[in-house]
Ligand binder design. Structure first.
Ligand code: C2E
Ligand code: CA
Ligand code: CA
Ligand code: CA
Length: 275
């Protein structure tokens, strides 16, 4: 038994060692990927059904592996948040998206440019200066830049976050709450924080036509947005039926595979008819 116990201990420590090694390897790989410009920004259309046109895009980061395959952000963003590289990656995404936005604007497409911002980025003391610099350097109209944050951020260090969001507001950028309805914070934050947009989480949209509970949640969010005068975006719209149901509830802006997948800038330009 003693022997088995010792084996078990060495087995576990070997496993942990392995995890630490691969973790370290992944960190190194990520650092290298930043240096080698292996990160790319894809764009997913946000379709405004009221005016039948693409009114904006969401910038979504991709990591192009050596073999050409794409590593999804779900796989590396959590790690990048742990090792701090999200700061550099996030800066790259915001710069790239704003420059691309300006290019589209110059081609006559006044799209809103939405960029995801990690809590780690938002809590950086110089985040506002960074955003200000990106706006100045890219020349993007501040009112066309939208930052998507998750509601968990609002439960964190509320005073610092409140100051940051108010400062962003003064810069003229919009704040969207991503994955709305999936977090743990209270609805009171909708009063306290300067929020412009709610994004209905895709999990609710996915099941709204098959699950009355999800339908009720979507209805409630729609009414909430209307009552508070917030813009509303539905995420994960995959079918015409979902789009029709959302429209019937008064939600006008749709994002999802039905309207277009996240795609490289060149593909997006074709979709916009400006390439
Ligand atoms: P998110 O911000 O909620 O982005 C929406 C995700 O849903 C994207 O996954 C998008 O490709 C996917 N999606 C869009 N339409 C549909 C649909 O109709 N059906 C389904 N099933 N999925 C759809 P993606 O690009 O893999 O990104 C995953 C998450 O990674 C994002 O979720 C966001 O939280 C994070 N992320 C992506 N890019 C960035 C970034 O530049 N910075 C930060 N901090 N996070 C990012
Ligand atoms: Ca988002
Ligand atoms: Ca989302
Ligand atoms: Ca999400």
């Amino acid at each position: 038994a003693k022997q088995a116990g010792r084996n078990r201990i060495s087995f576990f420590s070997a496993e942990i060692e392995e995890a630490i090694r691969t973790r370290h390897t992944l960190d190194q790989k990520m650092r290298q990927a930043i240096e080698l410009d292996r990160f790319e920004v894809f764009y997913q259309p946000k379709y405004d059904t009221a005016i039948d046109t693409i009114a904006g895009v969401e910038a979504l980061v991709r990591w192009r592996d050596e073999d050409g395959s794409l590593i999804s952000p779900a796989q590396f963003i959590p790690l990048a948040e742990d090792n701090g590289l999200i700061i550099q990656i996030g800066r790259f995404v915001m710069r790239t998206a704003c420059l691309q936005g300006v290019k589209w604007h110059s081609q006559g497409k006044l799209l809103r440019i939405a960029v995801n911002v990690s809590p780690i980025q938002l809590m950086q003391p110089n985040f506002i200066e960074f955003v200000r610099a990106v706006i100045a350097e890219s020349g993007i109209s501040n009112h066309l830049l939208e930052l998507e944050i998750t509601e968990s951020v609002l439960a964190h260090d509320t005073n610092t976050i409140l100051e940051t969001l108010n400062a962003l507001k003064r810069e003229g950028v919009s704040i969207a709450i991503d994955d709305f309805g999936t977090g743990y914070s209270s609805l009171a934050y909708l009063k306290r924080f300067p929020i412009d947009v709610l994004k209905i989480d895709q999990s609710f949209v996915r099941d709204m036509l098959v699950d009355q509970l999800d339908m009720s949640i979507v209805e409630a969010i729609t009414m909430l947005a209307k009552g508070l005068g917030l813009r509303l975006v539905a995420e994960g719209v995959e079918t015409l039926e979902q789009a029709e149901a959302l429209k019937a509830l008064g939600c006008k802006i749709m994002q999802g595979y039905y309207y277009g997948r996240p795609q490289p800038a060149e593909e997006m330009s074709k979709l916009l008819g400006v390439s």
